[in-house]
Design a protein around this ligand. Sequence first.
Ligand SMILES: Cc1cc2nc3c(=O)[nH]c(=O)nc-3n(C[C@H](O)[C@H](O)[C@H](O)COP(=O)(O)OP(=O)(O)OC[C@H]3O[C@@H](n4cnc5c(N)ncnc54)[C@H](O)[C@@H]3O)c2cc1C
Length: 388
Amino acid sequence: MDYTETQEHGMIRESIRQIASDYDRQYWREKVDEKEFPEEYWQDLARDGWLGVTIPEEYGGHDMGMLEMSMIIEELSRGGGQGGIVFVLTPVFGGIGIQRHGNEAQKEKYLTGIASGEIRFCMGLTEANAGVNTLNIETSAEKDGDEWVVDGQKMWISGVENADTMLLVARTSEFDPENPTHGVSLFLVDDPAAQEGITLSTLDVAVPWFEKQYQVDIDGLRVPEEKVLGAEDGGLYLLWDTLNTERIAGAASSLGGGLRAVDLAVDYANDREVFGQAIGGHQGIQHPLSDSYAKLMCAREMTYKAASLWDQNEECGAEANIAKLRTSEAATEAAHRAIQAHGGNGFTREYEVYDIWQNMRLTETVPVPNEMVKNYIGEHVLGMPKSY
Ligand SMILES: Cc1cc2nc3c(=O)[nH]c(=O)nc-3n(C[C@H](O)[C@H](O)[C@H](O)COP(=O)(O)OP(=O)(O)OC[C@H]3O[C@@H](n4cnc5c(N)ncnc54)[C@H](O)[C@@H]3O)c2cc1C
């Protein structure tokens, strides 16, 4: 698999590093404290076309692939910003899904809007009673003339108030055990926070993100029929088709966060002197950081391999899942070690590493828990019986 880093990749990385370096720790702390969308950062990414990295040129994008998107997300996360979140919600959930399954009118509106920075997405999938078993979702939609009427409840939905469109997952036909993946559809709900049929309640989530999470109560929400994405009742195929890009983008985000933890710990350990020498000179501090860096570099290879396979339209489920698993674990461990290297300062907000640990720990669970990733590897890669 050829995923050699080209000169163009080097230029992309440099351009992203420059954007990231304009937004310091203070900026992100304020966004997290105020739960405020990082508008300037988003607009900088849009200005240089990076939000449309995979979007075809005819809709204003760069027409590149997941490999380039992975590098962008990695550099944004390594630069200390929450670029992973903005990319997973909009260019991945919104962009890739519509790129692959939208009709012409949807592509024209949404892809152009994503690339220009005018349209942001949120993703309405998780439900309290279904958990990771998406087949069990209870939110349902019924046809009424040329509209769908949706009722139900979603849980943990990030950034609804900042979103121009919600990708909403709802059951449109009764569950059929003979054909379990049939009967779910995807809806593009514009202005979700302003919809009469939607009530938002903020959840008390202890993660240092700028996005809030919501319980979304849906009561008689009317959605025009042209807002169904892909085939009616075929939404699960579409979701699973874009799942690997979600895994790859998530892996790139963890990778960047883990590398940032190592970078910060190295700087601190080279600077901080106790017993008359820099603590980085002690193997108890140095080796864990070297080990984390090595693990992250290996995980990076798998992330790029998965991205390159996707770009060449080849099967990449094994690689994408392995990349997601390894990066999330290596990044959490790296952040844990970075805290240790910082001593007491590791627990202050000024030094960032505790925030990084919380964010990296989250990636072991969100958007998909690592147990489900291991289930995939056990069943689909190793050929063992389905365990649940
Ligand atoms: C900060 C945050 C932001 C989020 N943003 C969004 C969002 O924007 N949109 C959205 O739709 N969702 C969002 N989520 C939801 C998130 O994707 C889910 O929390 C996650 O997928 C886990 O689902 P659950 O919480 O229902 O866990 P559960 O399904 O209750 O699972 C609990 C635990 O049991 C394990 N488990 C369950 N079944 C099995 C099995 N068969 N084998 C092995 N282990 C199993 C799981 O792996 C998990 O560890 C967000 C969550 C958080 C915390």
